[in-house]
Design a protein around this ligand. Structure first.
Ligand code: TRP
Ligand code: SF4
Length: 400
């Protein structure tokens, strides 16, 4: 249960850009080699703010999945799926809503922030208030322990932890818990039982975090436990009841250093992006028309890279020698701006080349993408159903 499962979602906002690549996607690609990863399209989350225009949804979903694949997210390593195709998320959302105080949702900072930011939209809706709870359901239903997200999403992980804790507290206390936990310890076998008790005592008496980790590891290695006993023993280490839902950790994604064409953060709303699979001519044109240090009116006017957005791109794409060449060439008027931009153009086009190639396969044969996602949805559903079975059971809904 305390596996290393990573889960993250992205709202389908349409084609992605190089800011997404350098921020989120490169990180996903790295994580998929290290952990069991689940990545999904949060289409329901998109509807909470864009319910007034569903016409673009389908296109945005598939464009985004193709971008993930283009960036190197590998369906053989990671499970890719669509939130709305795993309706278990919605059932868990509903069940969690029973124990979620309204005040917790109203106090999530994104609630007021987004309402102010998107003032033209009516976000005084039930769905929007529930946004973080739906996200909690997304995470908890897979018992994911690590959730890669940007800084702005940290409060959503925090509320997820609080919901899990509250849920375990309310529903994890079965009658006769201690007796059942003690009986489960005996099933570990005498050697493991002794180690388990020692670790548990160290944790409960001295708060020894290593002992907590060691006890969990011991349980993970133990095969012959029922799900119920396993949950009891995980919970019993910490003294409480059963651990039905796992508290996740945020895995903070470093903000992308990729600047937009105007030097601001690259963002669709600033209209300063290069898309992930933009064609080479368009990339060249966009960079060539980028503003530079306004002091360089004529070719012979020296400039200052610190005042130029092209320099920000060199920081992402150029090695030290190239950076020195820019610094001295710019300040001495030894190079022209077009000359300075060329290595950046070449680097971006080279970076995108494998992405364009990978995407082409899927554009030529869309059934490939459909199949990848259908497989992913099926896998995700199996995992989700397991958790939901336990949740229904402890909430008194275990009958058939
Ligand atoms: N709210 C996230 C965002 O806007 C997207 C998201 C939905 C998500 N569900 C999630 C991220 C679960 C991580 C885990 O970026
Ligand atoms: Fe910017 Fe390069 Fe021109 Fe200097 S030479 S102003 S860094 S584009």
């Amino acid at each position: 249960m305390f596996s290393n499962r990573v889960l993250s979602g992205m709202r389908p906002t349409g084609g992605l850009h190089l800011g997404h690549y350098h921020g989120v996607l490169k990180n996903w690609v790295r994580l998929q080699h290290e952990f069991e990863c689940l990545f999904f399209v949060a289409d329901w989350h998109a509807l909470t703010t864009h319910y007034d225009d569903p016409s673009q949804m389908e296109k945005h979903v598939w464009d985004m999945v193709i971008d993930w694949l283009a960036a190197g997210v590998d369906p053989a390593q990671a499970t890719l799926f669509i939130q709305s195709k795993v309706p278990e998320h919605a059932e868990l959302h509903l069940l969690l809503s029973m124990i979620t105080p309204l005040g917790w949702l109203e106090r999530v900072p994104t609630y007021k922030d987004q309402q102010e930011k998107l003032a033209e939209k009516d976000l005084a809706t039930y769905g929007f208030l529930g946004y973080p709870l739906l996200q909690s359901a997304d995470i908890l239903i897979y018992r994911a322990n690590r959730v890669p997200v940007g800084e702005d999403q940290v409060p959503h992980i925090e509320i997820t932890r609080e919901i899990a804790r509250r849920f375990n507290h309310v529903f994890g206390k079965e009658p006769g818990f201690e007796e059942k936990a003690e009986a489960a310890i005996k099933k570990l076998g005498s050697r493991r039982a002794k180690i388990y008790r020692q670790h548990r005592a160290s944790y409960l008496e001295k708060g020894d975090a290593d002992a907590l980790a060691a006890a969990r590891a011991l349980l993970n290695e133990t095969q012959n436990l029922t799900m119920g006993d396993r949950e009891r023993l995980f919970g019993y280490i910490e003294g409480g009841g059963k651990v039905i839902l796992t508290e996740p950790q945020a895995l903070l994604t470093e903000a992308s250093k990729m600047p937009g064409l105007d030097g601001q953060k690259m963002s669709k709303s600033y209209n300063n992006t290069i898309t992930l699979r933009e064609d080479a001519d368009s990339v060249a044109k966009k960079i060539k028309t980028m503003p530079t240090d306004p002091a360089r009116v004529k070719r012979t006017d020296p400039g200052d890279p610190e005042k130029c957005p092209v320099w920000q791109l060199h920081l992402v794409y150029s090695d030290d020698d190239k950076k020195k060449w820019v610094q001295s060439g710019c300040r001495s008027a030894g190079i022209g701006c077009l000359e300075c931009k060329q290595p950046v153009i070449d680097a971006i086009i080279a970076e995108q080349q494998p992405m364009r190639e990978r995407a082409q396969r899927y554009l030529d044969d869309p059934t490939l993408v459909r199949n990848i996602v259908a497989d992913g949805c099926e896998k995700a559903r199996k995992m989700a159903q397991e958790t939901l079975r336990d949740v229904r059971e402890v909430m008194g809904l275990g009958y058939s």
